[in-house]
Design a protein around this ligand. Structure first.
Ligand code: NAD
Ligand code: GLY
Length: 370
């Protein structure tokens, strides 16, 4: 039986399941019971489509009279309007109607753009997430946040639109480059400090196995991450409160991505470093002790992620973070750890934020190669 776990996501707008397991792309059960339509459109990129496109399209063929595809350019720098337009062009060229089902085959970039296209084409069509990166399997494919970047701010233009299903085939992780696997581990690690201290302990014991792609360790990490994310988004679908904790490390991380130019640091790398800064900020505020922040820094480093931030001028950091979606009335608000396994969101004085960044040093060499 290829499905190892099913995690239910009970969002008020649209409940759905996450299927997690091996051999799921080819399994007929993965694709049964989805909305019926004449036409399915697979949205992917050339890298992922070359690996898994044929398997997905063959599995969809019995369910849809037509299966077409649109391939987007690969990379975070393409998560923008002109790329989104290529999806709309394809849907219109192919005469796609309101019942057409989109299938997002790829990582978070493909998933976020396909979701946004599905949210807005003819004011909304159904879509299915088929995540093929660790990051997408543990985070971006779940919860219905869809977006593109604006040159001035990450994920600034988007919509909430829940998928019909998430099909996370763990076999796809075998072809992921090591740097991308590490980036996904950042979002896995995130769930420990904010929601589950026991999972944080487990990660410390199993991070080497995860880096080595041990199948059981990866299956557990994906399942536990999805359970936590499902619980959080089920309780607060549109981020009016608790869901903001999922942004742990992201206020710093998004500033790194936008400040360096999208694609220079991977999203997960920026989040990894951002979590270390956010934990140190939590310690500077007296919420956790400094030893906890350094414990997290060691885990992030063992996952193969940068812990030192890139060299950005202090004023630039603050200007970028003021654009964060959690900011209110010009005040930057951070997700902070109040004790291992629990997070709060708070405004923090600029001077303290600047001090934490300065104390972390600026290791230009720490920037991974573009
Ligand atoms: P990505 O989509 O760019 O994929 C990373 C790279 O891996 C790409 O080059 C891709 O072609 C390649 N790839 C994908 N699957 C592969 C496979 N199985 N084998 C080999 N190569 C493969 O990056 P990502 O890390 O998956 O996603 C990052 C994006 O997700 C960011 O834009 C981020 O903002 C977004 N995100 C969204 C949410 C959300 O809730 N919507 C949450 C977290 C992150
Ligand atoms: N990745 C943050 C969220 O889904 O809310």
């Amino acid at each position: 039986m290829p499905v190892a776990a099913t995690v239910a996501v009970a969002t008020p707008s649209h409940p759905y399941d996450i299927l997690i397991g091996t051999r799921l792309l080819a399994a007929a059960d993965s694709w049964r019971g989805l909305p019926q339509a004449a036409h399915a459109v697979v949205v992917s990129n050339p890298t992922v489509h070359a690996l898994y496109g044929a398997a997905l399209e063959a599995a969809l063929a019995p369910h849809y009279a037509r299966v077409s595809r649109v391939l987007l350019p690969d990379g975070e720098q393409h998560k923008q309007w002109p790329t989104l337009q290529t999806i709309f062009d394809h849907l219109l060229d192919q005469g796609c109607d309101r019942r057409t089902v989109l299938f997002a085959l790829g990582g978070g970039v493909v998933g976020d753009m396909t979701g946004f296209a599905a949210a807005s084409y003819m004011r909304g069509v159904p879509y299915v997430q088929v995540p093929t990166t660790l990051l997408a399997q543990v985070d971006s494919s779940v919860g219905g946040k869809t977006a593109i970047n604006h040159p001035r701010g990450k994920n600034m233009i988007g919509a909430f639109h829940q998928p019909e299903r998430v099909v996370a085939d763990l076999d796809t992780l075998a072809t992921l480059p090591p740097r991308e696997l590490a980036a996904g581990l950042a979002e896995v690690i995130k769930y420990g400090p904010i929601a589950d201290a026991a999972f944080l302990d487990w990660l410390e014991r199993h991070v080497d196995a995860l880096v080595a792609r041990d199948a059981d360790a990866l299956a557990h990490a994906v399942r536990r991450s999805c359970q936590i994310k499902a619980e959080v988004v089920g309780a607060d679908e549109r981020e009016s409160g608790r869901r903001a904790i999922l942004n742990f490390g992201h206020t710093f991380g998004h500033a790194i991505e936008a400040g360096l130019g999208y694609g220079r640091w991977l999203h997960g790398e920026a989040v990894g470093c951002g979590m270390v800064l956010a934990a140190r900020l939590s310690a500077a505020l007296g919420l956790v002790d400094a030893a906890f922040a350094e414990r997290l820094a060691r885990l992030v480093a063992r996952a193969g992620l940068p812990v030192a931030p890139p060299a950005l001028p202090a004023a630039r950091w603050l200007a970028l973070m003021r654009l964060d979606k959690k900011a209110e009335a010009g005040e930057i608000r951070f997700v902070l750890v109040e004790c291992p396994g629990s997070a709060v969101v708070r405004a923090v004085p600029d001077a303290l934020v600047a001090r934490v960044i300065a104390a972390a040093g600026t290791a230009a060499d720490a920037a991974p190669p573009p």
